[in-house]
Write a protein that binds this ligand. Structure first.
Ligand SMILES: [Cu+2]
Length: 334
């Protein structure tokens, strides 16, 4: 199944998520307000600016790899410093296509791994960029359409979620898909961080096609330790798309051909750290935060957020919602 089919079918059949919270409690004006506020803040988090010259072989000294004769699919390696992600998390490519990895920050690699062990170098038709820095370009021709996993070999980066997939396994609307697994993975995350990030992501992507991106990625052959990281990666890509809506094509593919800078949201770690480091009692004392808090809190209290059939989720949702309010307030307090 192509990514096009993967995303568009997901979008056409996607029902209101039963996990997390937020979408039902944010009316359209609240959503717009959130995006504007978040973008205003995210502007200080970072942007990725494509290099002026990306014409492969002319970039002597900063380019390596192989190229095919088909289409080119761009993946950004760590869009900004401290963001240990590949964007997008997954691309679909045909045989003969080229995947073009473009470094946005220093000291990262693109190293082939496998679905069973996403953070370990594979010996099966391996490829590896080596440790590279900002503006480096590494290309790989696609020789088959089997799922191809890759990761960053810099110590600790993959364990923080820095891996990605070419031609991800997909299963439409299945229990083992990202959308099918999302509720249980969030529920099993005892830290609550994933619930917070999920609620935040739903608010950011509410009403847009970005909310469904990656829904059909199938996780059945991935190791259980990677579940949280897969969810974070999918949500990170969704958040980037929410902030850069022109990149999401109608067919579900992602277009990174624009020379314009890409706005990069904070990674989940820094976002949650900011939320956790801010005493909730002090957040409303900042003038800007007070306005955000009060409007968000009003929105929260005015609208029950969770499906009535799921009491446990309701409690978790409310908690997550509060955390999002704190998170947003924190950005304004910075
Ligand atoms: Cu890295």
């Amino acid at each position: 199944m192509t990514l096009q089919a993967l995303v568009t079918t997901a979008a056409s059949s996607y029902s209101t998520p039963s996990y997390g919270s937020g979408s039902s409690s944010w009316d359209s004006s609240g959503y717009d307000g959130c995006v504007q506020q978040c973008i205003a803040q995210f502007g200080s988090v970072g942007t990725y600016t494509p290099p002026t010259s990306t014409s492969d072989s002319t970039d002597s000294g900063s380019y390596s790899g192989s190229s095919g004769t088909g289409s080119t699919h761009t993946v950004i390696v760590a869009p900004t410093e401290g963001v240990f992600r590949y964007y997008p998390f997954a691309v679909n490519a045909s045989v003969g296509d080229t995947v073009k990895f473009m470094w946005g920050a220093n000291e990262h690699t693109v190293t082939k791994s496998s679905e069973l062990t996403p953070c370990n170098k594979t010996s099966d038709a391996p490829f590896a960029s080596g440790e590279q820095n900002q503006s480096f370009v590494f290309t790989q021709v696609v020789n088959d359409t089997n799922p191809t996993f890759f990761y960053c070999g810099t110590p600790t980066h993959c364990e923080k979620g820095m891996f990605g997939i070419i031609n991800p396994p997909s299963s439409f609307n299945a229990p083992t898909s990202v959308s099918g697994m999302m509720p249980s993975v969030i529920a099993n995350d005892s830290t609550g961080d994933l619930a917070t990030y999920s609620a935040y992501t739903q608010n950011m992507t509410n009403g847009s096609a970005a909310a469904n991106w990656g829904s059909d990625i199938d996780m059945s052959s991935m190791p259980s330790w990677s579940y949280d990281l897969v969810m974070e990666n999918v949500m990170f890509t969704r958040n980037v798309l929410a902030m850069n809506p022109d990149q999401l094509n109608a067919d579900g593919s992602i277009n990174l051909s624009s020379p314009n800078p890409i706005m990069v949201p904070p990674d989940v770690g820094s976002a949650l750290a900011a939320a956790n480091n801010a005493p909730s009692s002090s957040a409303p004392t900042a003038a800007g935060a007070a306005a955000v808090s009060s409007s968000s809190a009003a929105s929260t209290s005015a609208s029950p957020t969770a499906p009535p059939s799921n009491g446990a989720m309701s409690a978790a949702s409310s908690k997550a919602m509060v955390a999002v309010v704190v998170l947003v307030a924190t950005f304004f307090a910075l």
